[in-house]
Design a protein around this ligand. Structure first.
Ligand code: ARG
Ligand code: ZN
Length: 880
């Protein structure tokens, strides 16, 4: 907790560590409330450090010291000082290695912040990234200090029969009083943020994998007994990921054992600790009746993500936390490629861009905007952001676009070869890309230091006499905190042209005949000429979303409808449909503001009609084409966000389409509705997605026929995808069976925490009246628990982030409620508390009345005594 204004840490202040830790031996005497940690650090001065002085500063927080020795000699009070975050030892040997031995005590049960060693249900586990290790014992808790770890765990045999840590098991035995011990050794030097231990009554699901060089790796997933039947998908995903990284990057696993542990209480998704990943249960457990198709895909994606970190993160790690995107942006990019290969590249790309544009673009347009490599932070946990992760992945993707798949792979090979075993920077990554390809990327580097979403303003002119298309693109980037002016970026712009019949148009540029091209945009304004175009083409720009930018390009509804039908680029075909609807919705919002009656443009009905009657092979893609843009995406496109008008206009479009195309929706629904529960191939998943997209339209009719259809699906579903799809439309309608369905669902699933999370989230994000009262009532529900992050996210997170209409209710009750919860969470779990504050950061985007109410709650939060660094940083920056 904070007593003075918290310190800011700056990238420019980085200096190499003054000391190194060559090896550490850790002994844990485990107990839920009194754990004793004995550590033996073999240290020496770092020859690369220029700093003078003979003292040693170790990091440590909330630790109770029992004893400390230097080279076996006890230190006394005058030899060292301890404050809130550090221990300083006055004098240590400068010319030789020395050993620091520390005994300290910690209380895992009291640790509700869930960093360091904590209790989750009945098991003990750790989370050390970014700076949790300092809550275990005093250390040099920084990623550029890499150490070989040997860890011995001892604990009660009955309560903690399974004792795990990183690396290989090297010994075990029994102790007096029903206790036992296990020793682990990790042969790879690693930063302490990759340390982990787990102790508990866990069942092990095991399998094995043979690597490309023929080594056999034992794979083990540890879960509580009642979850053993939900591990098969995670195990298969792990094997898929291991094979994929060999095939796509030539990267092989290094240890003989790979373990994954699923825990109920976890602040984020999962953690790549060396050889011992710790996962939020949400990203491990799945059975057809408990997990949706999307859950299955996310599990495979996150298992892949953590596995890929073994190279992009662990073998090559970050020099300091400002470089976080080095491992996260790169690893997200790798997991996106993996999921695309496993499912559908088209669908995966659309999902990723959709998330990026609705959520990361919002962050970039808020007071919390920062570059993918930030320059300053108060609390590093606040920088595990959409910008560092998702925009970071886009920056890596642009490198691949610029260098080509082969050139990019060469760059990756060189990066891993040069830096294996090192802690490096984003600069090192770009250097490797340059060196491997003989190119120069100095302007491209600005993507690492400039925040904000660039805008491309596009104009075109067709010259019929010259048979030329002239294209002019201007780039600009709005100001962000501390960055009023931006320099032009190097932006790859993929494009293609369509002929009047919808086929690809051939053109000549730079003397070469092509059908598509990647333009290199490097100036504030650039013009391009496309020759030998006998007729006016239709421009398909920014194919595949080749750069994370906003497009400002006037286009007629006819042109968009044309692209929606014909574009061969799957991303841009979807995008044309989205922009068609976006333009129509903004027209309707204007009509609403002018109190005019609403009419839906016939072009939209026609576009959806032909879509519903067209052949399709990728049904998941087809379902996406049918899905209207999210309210939050629409909000991001508005100067002053009007949540009610957005909702009203979007509902109007959906309802009008449902009435106009009722027969089509019914027909397509029936074609694809069949019982194939437990089938998870692309076809079965696609059928469910398409069918459920139709169901969602049909529910708009609020007719007795649609009610019957929906209720039948709810009652007959044997898989969670169909059951949730039905319940979700029921909850968002006036369906007479709403209360009984919700009740039935709860009774059916009360033993499955992850399903009950869905039950909370669904109600919290409902548009129906009285939702706020429901949310307040759910806060008192016996199954609600402020100490379980998944539950908090399901109820408070869903209400504040996925329910614009009710969260932004005019009276400000939503804001007050959120601030109340933030303050309650502030003491329990600062990381979760500060995540919840971010939905107030956008206050400047709303009308004056709401601005004032949101700001009031932010001020109330900032004024609170004992605010955590986490919450202080987000709330104070939001107000700045
Ligand atoms: N490195 C983890 C990942 O795979 C994220 C863990 C960060 N946790 C935290 N509390 N900051 O993305
Ligand atoms: Zn990661």
């Amino acid at each position: 907790m904070r007593d003075a204004t918290p310190q800011t840490v700056y990238l420019k202040d980085y200096t190499p560590p003054e000391y190194l830790i060559d090896s550490v031996e850790l002994d844990f005497d485990l107990d839920a409330q009194h754990t004793q940690v004995n550590s033996r650090l073999t240290m020496r001065r770092n020859p690369e450090s220029a700093a003078a002085g003979v003292s040693l500063v170790l990091t440590g927080e909330e630790l109770e010291l029992i004893s400390i020795q230097l080279d076996g000699n006890p230190l006394t009070e005058s030899d060292f000082t301890i404050n809130l975050e550090t221990m300083t030892i006055q004098q240590v040997p400068q010319q030789r290695a020395f050993v620091i031995s520390i005994e300290n005590r910690i209380n895992p049960k009291a640790n509700t912040a869930l960093e360091g060693l904590y209790l989750s249900s009945s098991m003990l586990c750790t989370q050390c990234e970014a700076q949790g290790f300092r809550k275990i014992t005093w250390f040099l808790d920084r990623p550029d200090v890499m150490t070989r770890f040997k860890t011995t765990l001892s604990a009660d045999k009955t309560q903690y029969p399974v004792l795990l840590s990183n690396g290989n098991k090297i010994g075990h035995g029994d102790l007096a009083n029903n206790r036992h011990w296990v020793s682990w050794e990790d042969p790879f030097a690693k930063p302490c943020y990759l340390f982990a231990l787990v102790a508990g009554q866990l069942e092990c699901v095991s399998d094995s994998f043979t690597t490309m060089s023929g080594r056999e790796i034992a794979l083990e997933i540890f879960v509580e007994q009642h979850n053993v039947d939900k591990c098969a998908h995670a195990m298969q995903s792990l094997k898929n990921a291991m094979r994929w990284d060999e095939d796509s990057y030539g990267l092989e696993y290094d240890l003989d054992l790979y373990m994954i542990v699923a825990v109920d209480h976890f602040n984020m998704g999962a953690m790549e600790n060396k050889g011992l990943n710790v996962f939020n249960t949400k990203f491990v457990l799945a059975r057809p009746d408990t997990a949706t198709d999307s859950d299955y895909e996310h599990i495979e994606g996150v298992i892949g993500h953590e596995y890929f970190h073994n190279w992009s993160g662990n073998r090559v790690t970050c020099r300091d936390w400002f470089q976080l995107s080095l491992k996260e942006g790169f690893t997200v990019f790798r997991d996106q490629q993996f999921t695309g290969d496993r499912t559908s590249q088209a669908v995966k790309r659309i999902q990723d861009v959709n998330a990026l544009r609705t959520r990361q673009f919002a962050e970039d347009a808020s007071p919390l905007a920062h570059p993918i490599r930030p320059e300053a932070y108060i609390e590093i946990n606040n920088f595990y952001t959409l910008t560092v992760y998702e925009k970071g992945a886009e920056v890596v993707r642009m490198l691949q676009t610029l260098l080509g798949a082969e050139g990019f792979r060469k760059g990756c090979d060189l990066y891993f070869q040069r830096h294996d075993g090192q802690a490096v920077t984003c600069e090192d990554f770009v250097n490797a890309m340059e060196a491997a390809n003989g190119v120069e990327l100095s302007q491209f580097r600005r993507w690492y230091s400039q925040a904000g979403t660039p805008v491309l303003t596009v104009s075109q002119h067709y010259d019929a006499d010259a048979q030329q298309l002239h294209l002019t693109i201007q780039q600009s980037c709005p100001p962000t905190p501390h960055q009023p002016d931006k320099a032009p970026l190097h932006i790859p712009v993929k494009l293609g042209l369509l002929a009047a019949d919808g086929s690809p148009a051939t053109f000549v540029i730079n003397g070469q005949q092509q059908t598509d091209i990647t333009l290199n945009l490097t100036e504030a304004e650039q013009s391009f000429v496309f020759d030998e175009l006998a007729e006016k083409p239709v421009l398909s720009l920014l194919r595949g979303f080749s750069a994370p930018v906003n497009l400002n390009m006037p286009r007629s509804l006819e042109e968009l409808a044309f692209l929606f039908k014909h574009d061969s680029d799957t991303f841009n075909r979807w995008e044309a449909g989205q922009q068609l609807v976006v333009q129509v919705i903004f027209g309707l919002i204007e009509d609403l503001h002018n109190h005019l009656p609403l009419h839906l443009n016939a072009l939209v009905v026609e576009a959806f009609h032909s879509l519903l009657n067209a052949e399709a092979d990728d049904l998941s893609y087809q379902a996406l084409l049918l899905t209207l843009p999210d309210e939050s995406y629409l909000a991001g496109q508005m100067t002053v966000i009007d949540v009610d008008a957005i909702h009203h206009a979007r509902e109007f479009v959906k309802t009008t389409l449902a009435h106009a195309l009722e027969d089509d929706f019914n027909r397509v629904y029936l074609i694809h509705h069949r019982d194939e529960s437990g089938k998870f191939d692309a076809d079965a998943i696609g059928r469910r997605r398409l069918k459920n997209a139709c169901l969602s339209y049909l529910s708009q009719l609020e007719s007795s026929d649609s009610y019957t259809l929906i209720l039948a699906q709810f009652e007959q579903a044997h898989n969670m995808t169909d059951q949730m799809a039905a319940l979700s439309v029921i909850v968002n309608s006036q369906h007479p069976a709403k209360a009984s369905c919700l009740d039935k669902f709860y009774q059916q699933w009360q033993q499955e925490a992850l399903v009950i999370d869905k039950w909370f989230a669904l109600q919290a994000s409902s548009y129906m009246p009285n939702t706020f009262a429901t949310v307040q009532a759910l806060m008192q529900h016996p199954a609600f628990d402020m100490k379980t992050p998944n539950r908090v996210r399901a109820l408070i997170g869903a209400f504040s982030q996925a329910n614009p209409v009710h969260f932004h209710a005019k009276d400000g009750e939503g804001y007050r409620f959120l601030a109340d919860q933030v303050l309650a969470l502030n003491t329990l779990n600062p990381q979760i508390a500060s995540r919840m504050v971010t939905s107030l950061a956008q206050w400047r985007r709303y009308d004056k009345g709401r601005q004032k109410l949101m700001k009031q709650q932010l001020q109330r939060i900032v004024m609170t005594e004992q605010l955590s660094k986490d919450v202080y940083e987000i709330a104070s920056k939001s107000l700045a």
